[in-house]
Design a protein around this ligand. Structure first.
Ligand code: G6P
Length: 619
């Protein structure tokens, strides 16, 4: 949800900013811009559209420009156009700001600044920040109020103290041609520390090309970077020491490596990514599962009377699978709440309630807010997160990392299967400690370890799935139906199709269809059934007949060797046999591929679907 990048060093800043923005483009892509310090002034170039559109308007890079800031936007306040694109200058033209987040009190501040005679040019909340810093900067000049402190830094601090809401910021001042300031509250910000150069960015993806050493700012912290080095403080001017950390992923992980899209690459990575996620955690010899990150909380988890998963989007669907797994294997009441609803619904949290936040990015604002809410109510809060060192990873008491490497495609794929793998491991281990026999636990562990290989046989059907997508991609309404732990997979299949194909799709528990949605079935409407081997198989056969009788086209995901289904399905995709509880890690694959191929066939930009962003850092 907006990406920011800034550079200070010895090299020409412009190409570094543009490359960084390309790596952050998944965070937002409706407009983009850069500002460079040049000839004791600030040169701003910005445009509506993607980074490629920005590249077309950029002047030739100049070697003397070694300090600059850049931004790729996902609009919140104000339509995507060139005026609303960042960077935003203050009224004096001496301060430039790029911002990720939302300023909640911008209306009040804007009115106040307008009454002081300042004219606003954009509709954004961000412009308030640049004018406020500029205003305070001018005030400091006339009253010498900053008492010896760096005047630019003082003005930034005073301004930030007046802001309500969230921000990741990079700020320039024309009077300090070798100073860059970054600050953070609620939005991510990382400072990459290279050899005489610094890259400040929303995400390590924009940094790793230059350095793998970084500091992660905490909320209400800021960094002042100069040619001589950098120092960190709180926005209230208290010095804080930060440790340099090693960034864990390499550039190779975020390249396309021959795939047409990141989403396809990430779908095909799942045998390896699940292997990485489960690697070292399945102890076949002892029939146990080791989840080191939550080892200190296992006793509490084993005794928990109530577990609440909270998450958004795809992670929410993983939570729904987790609810099913925990109830079946560990016999613990579990429920899954949309994070955006959880925080406003006065949830009942007792001493033996554990809240588990699930998030790929670890930065989703709604999930982070739910974590804070649960903590305020005294719950132990655990995280299932992919991005190491992210806000949710740091805000939770403990957690399990997915370890699947960076996910770039906006539509989440490999994170989903890994989230379900972690939830499966958690459920098996808690089950083993509560109700499940050692033999059964060992059997589940063995079955779990076979999942990555089984995924390979589903990926082999990609061209067949493409043909199914081609035959149905012109239909504007689809249904996805599943039962038991495959019902959340149906929801996920529908979400994938909506996100990238812009086809209207609904996911439903198959039996619910007859209570209303069956009215939608008309000639040729695609209905995707997950009808794998399991206790509800016969029931779902009945649901398939109901759709066929009304002229629907039935696409079935079934278990290999199921001869009965061959005569009923219009299109058949098979998965290898697996225990029902572990099937979601397999049944979701055909649905990911179906959505991917449908989107490509409809001519959409799969990795950057309209109106979406990967990391939603606004509530
Ligand atoms: C956005 C993305 C979804 C993702 C959701 C939750 O809406 O477009 O793909 O599932 O955020 O993201 P998280 O990073 O918290 O898993």
């Amino acid at each position: 949800m907006c990406g920011i990048v800034a550079y200070l060093g010895k090299k020409t800043a412009q190409p570094i900013l543009v490359e960084g923005l390309k790596r952050l483009e998944y965070r937002g892509y409706d407009s983009a811009g850069i500002a460079l310090l040049r000839d004791a002034g600030i040169n701003v170039q910005k445009t509506c559209g993607r980074i490629s559109a920005l590249e077309e308007i950029l002047e030739c890079p100049q070697g003397v420009d070694t300090l600059g800031i850049g931004h790729t936007r996902w609009a919140t306040h104000g339509v995507p156009n060139t005026i609303n694109a960042h960077p935003h200058l203050d009224y004096t033209g001496r301060i430039a700001v790029v911002h990720n987040g939302i300023i909640e009190n911008y209306g009040t501040l804007k009115t106040w600044l307008q009454n002081e005679g300042i004219t606003f040019v954009s509709e954004t909340d961000t412009e308030v920040i640049s004018h406020l810093i500029g205003y305070l900067y001018c005030e400091a000049e006339s009253s010498e109020r900053c008492g010896g402190q760096h005047r630019f830094e003082w003005a930034v601090q005073q301004a930030l103290q007046k802001l309500h809401g969230t921000f990741g910021l990079a700020i320039l001042c024309a009077d300090f041609p070798d100073t860059l300031i970054g600050a953070k509250r609620g939005s991510p910000l990382i400072l990459g520390v290279g050899d005489g150069e610094y890259v400040l960015a929303s995400d390590a993806a924009a940094i790793v090309e230059h350095t793998t050493r970084a500091i992660y700012l905490a909320d209400n912290e800021m960094v002042t970077i100069g040619s001589e080095g950098f120092y960190t403080k709180t926005i209230n001017n208290v010095v804080v020491a930060k440790d340099l950390k090693e960034i864990e992923f390499s550039l190779d992980q975020i390249e396309l490596n021959g795939f047409e899209h990141h989403m396809l690459k990430e779908i095909f990575e799942q045998p390896q990514s699940l292997g990485m996620c489960m690697g070292g955690r399945l102890d076949h010899a002892c029939g146990k599962i080791k989840l080191g990150g939550i080892a200190d909380h296992l006793r509490e988890l084993t005794q928990a009377k109530h577990i609440i998963f909270t998450a958004c989007g795809t992670a929410f669907h993983a939570g729904l699978v987790g609810e099913f797994l925990l109830e079946h294997l560990a016999r613990v009441p579990a429920e899954t709440e949309y994070a955006s609803e959880f925080r406003y619904r006065n949830p009942i949290i007792g001493d033996d309630t554990i809240v588990v936040a699930i998030s790929q990015s670890g930065e989703t604002a709604d999930t982070l807010a739910a974590v804070e809410q649960a903590k305020e109510r005294g719950a132990t809060v655990l995280g299932i997160v992919n991005v190491v060192g992210s806000s949710i990873a740091r805000a939770t008491d403990a957690g399990v990392y997915l370890h699947v490497g960076p996910e770039i495609g906006v539509a989440s794929t490999k994170a989903f299967t890994a989230q379900v793998a972690v939830l499966s491991m958690l459920a098996i281990e808690l089950g083993r400690r509560r109700h499940v026999s050692s033999d059964d636990a060992a059997w589940y562990i063995d079955e779990l370890s076979q999942i990555p290989e089984k995924i390979g046989t589903i990926l082999d059907q990609s061209s067949h799935i493409r043909e199914i997508a081609a035959a149905n991609a012109d239909r504007e309404n689809w249904l996805f139906l599943g039962r038991g732990c495959n019902y959340p997979v149906a929801l996920e299949g529908a979400l994938k199709l909506k996100e990238i194909s812009y086809i209207h799709a609904e996911g439903l528990p198959a039996a619910e269809m007859k209570h209303g949605p069956i009215a939608l079935i008309a000639d040729g409407m695609p209905a995707v059934f997950i009808a794998t081997a399991g206790p509800q198989y016969d029931k779902i056969m009945g649901n398939i007949e109901e759709v066929k009788a009304r002229g629907g086209k039935v696409i079935v995901v079934a278990t290999e060797g199921d001869e009965q289904i061959e005569h009923r399905a219009d299109y058949l995709i098979t998965i290898p046999d697996a225990p029902e509880l572990l099937q979601p890690m397999l049944t979701v694959l055909p649905l990911q591929l179906l959505a991917y191929h449908a989107a490509v066939l409809r001519g959409h930009d799969v990795d950057k679907p309209r109106n979406l962003a990967k990391s939603v850092t606004v509530e």
